[in-house]
Write a protein that binds this ligand. Structure first.
Ligand SMILES: C[S@@+](CC[C@H](N)C(=O)[O-])C[C@H]1O[C@@H](n2cnc3c(N)ncnc32)[C@H](O)[C@@H]1O
Length: 204
């Protein structure tokens, strides 16, 4: 069995943020989806499995002032903190396994790009969704991006579950209403093409 935490610590200890397949120079789609919620800029956002993504940088630049980044890998968060410098003091950092996460507060928005799809075990998916349900009040936004049905079967050497908007909605369950969904192509640093499904749900 894979030691998931050791796997991700090793990834971020050995590869620079711009060298990983999921690197994007600018998180244009997540920012657009977050803006589409109409949420206030001081409302709480959590980037689940944020890794070394520059979404947090872009959120701060766009005036979002209440941002938490959670990841299994301390090395990933340290890379992001080093990049942000003094601005990292404005962010809450959590090293945690999302399937064991007990939210200490509520969030207006939960963002996950390329994390939920690693949960190949149904029990882990249930725990993740339970955490999201307790973290988001009614009206809260849940944005999830996974590999699409025609996307890769693996990421970072780990198996993933691929989703359509319909199968992801089914998995997320009746506590959430699907507001918006679409497919998008991600071009990896080595020019590979990866098909993603993006969904934005609202907590009922
Ligand atoms: C493919 S990367 C995506 C990173 C980031 N969301 C992005 O779009 O650049 C997956 C991330 O999920 C994190 N991760 C994997 N399993 C996790 C878990 N159970 N709990 C929290 N983070 C996890 C990894 O450490 C890694 O940073």
């Amino acid at each position: 069995m894979v030691d998931t935490k050791a796997h991700w610590e090793q990834v971020y200890a050995t590869r620079k943020p711009h060298e990983v397949g999921w690197f994007q120079a600018y998180p244009e789609i997540p920012l657009r989806l977050i803006a589409a919620t109409g949420m206030g800029k001081s409302e709480a956002i959590i980037d689940v499995g944020g890794g070394a993504s520059n979404l947090v940088d872009a959120l701060l630049e766009n005036g979002y002032s209440n941002v938490t980044v959670l990841d299994l890998s301390a090395a990933a968060l340290e890379a992001t903190q080093a990049r942000l410098g003094a601005a990292s003091n404005q962010v809450t950092w959590l090293v945690a396994d999302i399937t064991r996460f007990v939210p200490g507060q509520q969030y207006a928005l939960w963002h996950d790009r390329a994390v939920f799809h690693f949960l190949t075990d149904a029990a882990d998916r249930r725990l993740y969704i339970e955490a999201a349900r307790s973290a988001l009040p009614p009206g809260g936004h849940l944005i999830i991006a996974t590999f699409a049905l025609d996307g890769p079967a693996q990421c970072s050497g780990l198996d993933v579950v691929r989703y359509s908007p319909e199968s992801l909605s089914h998995e997320i369950g009746t506590g959430f209403a699907l507001e918006e969904s679409f497919g998008a192509l991600h071009i990896t640093p080595s020019q590979g093409k990866q098909s993603y499904t993006f969904c934005r749900f609202i907590r009922k």
